[in-house]
Design a protein around this ligand. Structure first.
Ligand code: MRU
Length: 355
């Protein structure tokens, strides 16, 4: 169902093992794997988007705590916890918007405190188990999201997505792409359209790569072509992923998502978000409280080393925007579809026990 796409991140070996990451910056040209054995390399890989997508950076952050513990063990029991805690802070701060990263780091540190291991070795082993649980739970969440979302995909329809919320963004079968992959696997015929997703082209480079590998009918468009595609009647459904969902249902996702939601509203097309509960942040009251990452202006003013704008021009480059909950027809989670996407709707589905 994951279209033969290898998990983009895997722990290799036991307590002295390492994290193996598919370098997503090299796609679609090359499949290069990175062996991550220290916290600085992990933070670099997260920051330059070698590993990206909210659930995937959460999983990578969890394994990062195992790596932090491996290094802390070399400095003796006295400073073990202090060193792990300081690396945990560093890892959690690498990217500010997707809450899954801080959520996973917090969960790892809570497991360490709760487990009261009697030696650095047993701490590493406990942390490795917790990171593997987070990884397995995210895989299971993606499968549930696929099952809840699959009935929305109608025979003969056109579905638009933005950015990449597929296997490479999650370690499982994806969030926004999971219902599509399942419907395709069940023989439904429909067309998928992927926005290229400026500035770093996650839609063109990664979503298209995944959809074509899965053998799906997929078409790429420039972000600016979405309105005309909708005006031609080609889109019946929009599904995107999420980086953080505030308590009131506002959703931060890749820059450009809000434009697609507003267009969908204008054309009367249902706009859905698919995300696991690890992306829901009840501590953040509303979208305006979500920290938005701004990236290096050079990512917009240059491409592949070539200038695409005059040198030193001013650049506005937020990596994410916030779509208000009232523009969202439903939030597809591993516990069911939240509708309306409001604090009440989230509480109702969040309070239910997982399937
Ligand atoms: O900057 P990125 O590539 O990490 O942004 C990713 C997105 O915005 C995804 O849509 C989101 O993380 C959902 S991934 C299932």
């Amino acid at each position: 169902v994951t279209a033969g796409i290898a998990s983009p991140l895997n722990w290799e070996g036991g307590i002295d093992g390492y994290l193996s990451l598919l370098d997503q910056t090299e796609l679609p040209g090359r499949e290069t794997w990175l062996a991550i054995r220290d916290v600085a390399s992990l933070c670099g890989a997260i920051h330059r988007l070698s590993v990206r997508g909210a659930p995937a950076i959460g999983i990578a952050g969890a394994f990062g705590i195992v790596i932090a513990a491996q290094h802390a063990a070399a400095h003796g029991e006295q400073v073990f916890e202090q060193r792990v805690a300081s690396d945990a802070q560093r890892i959690g701060a690498t990217r500010p918007t997707a809450v899954n990263l801080q959520w996973a780091v917090d969960r790892m540190m809570a497991a360490l405190r709760r487990g009261r291991p009697d030696s650095p070795e047993s701490a590493i082993s406990l942390l490795l188990k917790e990171a593997q649980s987070i990884h397995h739970e995210e895989i299971a969440s993606c499968e549930s999201i696929a099952r809840f979302g699959e009935p929305l995909i109608k025979e003969g329809s056109g579905v638009l997505t933005h950015c990449n919320a597929g296997p490479l963004a999650t370690g499982g079968m994806g969030t926004a792409l999971a219902p599509l992959l399942l419907a395709h696997g069940r023989g439904r015929r429909f067309r998928v359209y992927a926005d290229e997703t400026r500035p770093l082209l996650q839609g063109a480079r990664i979503t298209m790569w995944e959809l074509l590998r899965a053998g799906m009918d997929a078409t790429l468009l420039c972000d600016g072509a979405a309105a005309s595609l909708m005006a031609e009647g080609k889109i019946q459904l929009v599904i995107v992923g999420a980086d953080r969902i505030a308590r009131n249902g506002d959703v931060a996702n890749k820059i450009g998502t809000m434009s697609v939601a507003l267009l969908a509203r204008a054309f009367g097309i249902p706009f859905y978000v698919a995300a696991p509960f690890s992306t829901v942040d009840l501590q953040t009251p509303a979208g305006r409280d979500i920290p938005i990452e701004h990236r290096d202006p050079q990512e917009v003013a240059k491409f592949g080393g070539f200038a695409t704008a005059p040198a030193n021009c001013k650049v506005y480059s937020p990596a994410f925007d916030v779509t208000p909950g009232h523009l969202i027809a439903g939030l597809i989670t591993e516990r069911g579809i939240v509708c309306p996407v409001t604090e009440g709707g989230l509480a109702q589905v969040g309070a239910a026990s997982p399937p």
